[in-house]
Design a protein around this ligand. Structure first.
Ligand code: SF4
Length: 615
């Protein structure tokens, strides 16, 4: 489909919606979605802006392959300055919303200002208007989607909305589309809530057209789908076990952060693994996993649809949670489970449902609960302050705290600020396990050294989806590297970061990169889009996007000292497993990485680098 060449600009302050032509030179330089959306953002927004002020903008952007027959081509991204981090934020989501936005004829939607009252944006092909959302304010994501579909009398309308977390100022609120797919990290939903924007409802009937060379495109798409089907991870592992297939693998290699990173192996990992999801429960004889699921156009289908045991304490007398719903994925299972020492699969799924229902990031939430449990363990937080006993391993506390955070009640309000602000408030900032105020995902930097560097230098704060060296260091994709050494990791991290920038900007899911390299993406992009998309051009575009994001963060006030890991990971060696005795080698890797990037010792791109990349 390439680009529709049209963007929608929504002025929430004035209540206007206007169509503009897409800047095609920028499309050639930044491709789409993450890259192109960020280009618009950095051109229009002061890096020093308060993320929750009307001067911050929020962009929903599709890629040139969104809505096409390319496998996984249903993605969209939300670009803004993150409420949790104060850094550039770009959160990517699957489901069906992104493709529908493209079918309605829009490459991206730019939201600016702040509405004086709650509104939602309705898009039906070319027609876009802001509508009153007073009756939707205070509703969950699930309620909002149902009400909008009924109001529009159209079950095909796709909805992306915030829940109560985004309204209540939870700093890691998500934007959830299609009930359980989310632009999840950095608080993009918090920014949306600060603008009094409850939802975007879109219906498109234009379909996918405008492919540059349809015959070459379909040939490239068919070949690339064969590669996915023939790969052990994308053809077998992910469809059968989902991302949670990693739980036992990462635990065995001693890289599963446990109890707020005190430990690197979790004794109950098996109980919350993909394998456990398949087993029949002794209580009701049913397996937790109901089926797998796919986002738009995806031939991998890694999604999980599960059902909680109706007799479990979390859902007794709550039939609204007895149906099948999304989860558990690996990152959520880890953050809600091992990070807190909780090995109760049903409790994890319940907390995950609450995160989906009210729109907040289970990674940041789970990790913040882990920090609170450590503060409780140390006697810094008391039962009275939290409102309950909250030792590591308490499924009851996890369940209750998820409800309190969703509603903004009691200690849930403090949890909603994230671990960095929580730990700082109680005088132990070093106990927050994250980078740039964003919590780590599910890999310990002592056991997988490259991930430590990827976390420290990630432009949106600690994140696995900005440079997933686990592929190489654990799975041997595209080549196996030793997870315990620092040598060569600077170049490895840079290569993953630049390639991921291209995947994220094309409109496809980064999970394809378990099987595809840029050489598989290039013929699909080149046949779909005008402009001649060679491998060299893609490599330059990826590096350009990374440096553009870095320039924004540097101008926002971030420095080399923000490219660091918490002291625990540098001074407390891993206690067990293959990484026993290891600490992170971040201080050795950081200068090597700056050099590989063409940055000076302060982490700023040199003049030569900027010139080479056309920045
Ligand atoms: S691989 Fe999974 S997350 Fe990615 S598009 Fe397919 S179902 Fe969605």
């Amino acid at each position: 489909m390439g680009w529709t060449r049209k963007i929608l600009r929504v002025d929430l302050t004035r209540g206007t919606c206007k169509s503009e032509p897409l800047n095609m030179q920028w499309a050639q330089d930044y491709l789409g979605q993450r890259g192109l959306g960020t280009k618009y953002f950095v051109e229009e927004v002061d890096p020093k802006v308060d993320p929750l002020s009307p001067a911050n903008k929020m962009i929903m952007a599709t890629g040139p392959l969104t809505g096409t027959p390319v496998s996984t081509g249903g993605r969209y991204s939300v670009i803004t300055k993150g409420a949790l981090t104060g850094a550039i934020a770009c959160s990517n989501s699957g489901g069906y919303f992104g493709a529908e936005l493209k079918f309605a004829g829009w490459d991206m939607v730019i939201f600016e200002g702040k509405s004086p009252k709650p509104v939602y944006l309705s898009i039906e092909d070319d027609r876009a208007e802001l509508r009153d959302a007073a009756h939707l304010w205070g509703k969950t994501v699930w309620q909002t989607e149902e009400i909008i579909k009924k109001m529009h009398q159209d079950p095909q309308v796709r909805v992306a909305s915030i829940g109560r977390a985004g309204e209540n100022g939870v700093l890691y609120a998500c934007i959830v589309n299609d009930l359980h797919r989310a632009a999840g990290r950095s608080g993009v939903g918090t920014v949306m809530g600060s603008k009094n924007l409850k939802a975007v409802a879109v219906r498109g009937t234009k379909g996918a057209g405008g492919i540059r060379d349809p015959k070459a495109f379909m040939q490239a798409v068919t070949e690339a789908k064969k590669v996915l089907a023939g790969n052990a991870v994308t053809g077998q592992g992910l469809p059968k076990y989902g991302t949670q297939v990693l739980m036992n693998v990462i635990n065995e290699m001693g890289a599963l952060p446990t109890r707020n990173h005190r430990d690197v192996q979790f004794e109950d990992a098996r109980k919350i693994s993909a394998e456990a999801m398949h087993e029949k429960r002794p209580t009701d004889g049913k397996a937790h996993l109901v089926t797998n699921a796919a986002c738009f156009g995806c031939t991998i289908a890694c999604g999980r649809i599960s059902q909680i045991d109706e007799s479990h304490f979390s859902v007794v007398n709550k039939p609204e949670y007895w149906g099948a719903s999304g989860g558990l994925e690996y990152e959520a299972a880890w953050a809600l489970g091992a990070a807190n020492g909780v090995g109760d699969l049903e409790a994890l799924q319940y907390a995950n449902l609450i995160c989906n229902e009210d729109g907040y990031d289970p990674i940041s939430f789970g990790a913040t609960v882990g920090a609170a449990m450590e503060l409780y363990d140390l006697g810094i937080l008391t039962k009275e302050q939290i409102g309950m006993d909250a030792p590591f391993g308490s499924a009851q506390a996890l369940v209750k705290l998820s409800e309190m955070t969703a509603k903004g009640e009691g200690f849930g309000k403090e949890l909603g600020l994230g671990s960095a602000r929580l730990c700082a408030k109680y005088g132990r900032p070093e106990l927050s396990m994250g980078v740039k105020k964003q919590e780590f995902p599910a890999y310990d930097s002592r056991g997988i050294q490259g991930m430590g560097l990827a976390y420290a230098t990630s432009n949106r704060g600690a994140c696995h989806l900005r440079g997933y060296t686990v592929a190489s260091e654990v799975l041997g994709i595209p080549v196996k590297t030793d997870p315990l050494v620092t040598e060569g990791k600077a170049d490895l991290v840079k290569a993953f970061q630049d390639a991921t920038s291209v995947f994220d900007s094309a409109g496809i899911c980064v999970f394809t990169s378990f099987a595809w390299t840029l050489a598989d993406v290039q013929p699909q992009l080149d046949a779909a889009c005008e402009g001649g998309w060679s491998m060299e051009k893609l490599a330059t575009v990826g590096e350009r996007i990374w440096n553009m994001e870095r320039l924004f963060n540097n101008a926002a006030g971030f420095t080399a000292k923000d490219d660091d890991l918490p002291p625990r990971l540098k001074t407390e060696p891993a206690k067990t497993g293959p990484a026993k005795g290891k600490v992170s080698g971040i201080d050795k890797m950081r200068p090597e990485y700056y050099k590989a990037r063409g940055w000076d010792e302060k982490g700023a791109p040199t003049k030569e680098t900027l010139k080479r990349l056309g920045l």
